[in-house]
Design a protein. Structure first.
Length: 150
């Protein structure tokens, strides 16, 4: 049952003993009545609860802004990485061509085997997991073992 007095509404509230004691201590510490302390606590709790929706909205806005600023840079880095990859492949084949022209014919078979092995190892390298990639960078012997014709 609610009774209106000015802008306040009467509402009965039955807290447990521990809660009642805590409200009483807060009221005493703040030199106010238990009713006033309870109103303040309810107002604070409501303000906090209502602010959650605003904080989520603000968080989403900040996320969207950061994403819109950073995304073009991420895309640019991805394109640069792809260009580097595209430029590396012709360099690899140019090196193979130059070496094959300079090699003595009786060394040609060994060289062709090295080229094939290099191609297979580069494909295996691209298929490494994140953990395997970390191991690859730490130990050259382990790297060769990881790439050894997966």
């Amino acid at each position: 049952m609610a009774i209106f007095i000015s802008n306040l509404v009467y509402m009965s509230f039955r807290p447990d003993k521990d809660t009642y004691d805590k409200i009483g201590k807060l009221a005493l510490d703040n030199h106010t009545s238990k009713s006033e302390m309870l109103r303040r606590l309810v107002d604070l709790a409501l303000d906090k609860e209502l602010a959650k929706g605003s904080i989520d909205f603000i968080r989403e806005q900040i996320h969207d802004e950061i994403k819109s600023i950073c995304m073009p840079q991420f895309e640019r880095l991805a394109k640069l990485s792809a260009k580097i990859g595209y430029q590396t492949i012709p360099n690899f084949y140019l090196l193979i061509h130059i070496m094959s022209q300079l090699l003595h014919p009786d060394k040609r078979e060994v060289f062709d085997d090295m080229v094939q092995r290099s191609k297979m190892m580069s494909i295996a390298y691209l298929k490494l997991s994140e953990k395997e990639f970390a191991e690859f960078n730490q130990n050259i012997d382990k790297a060769i073992e990881l790439l050894d014709f997966k």
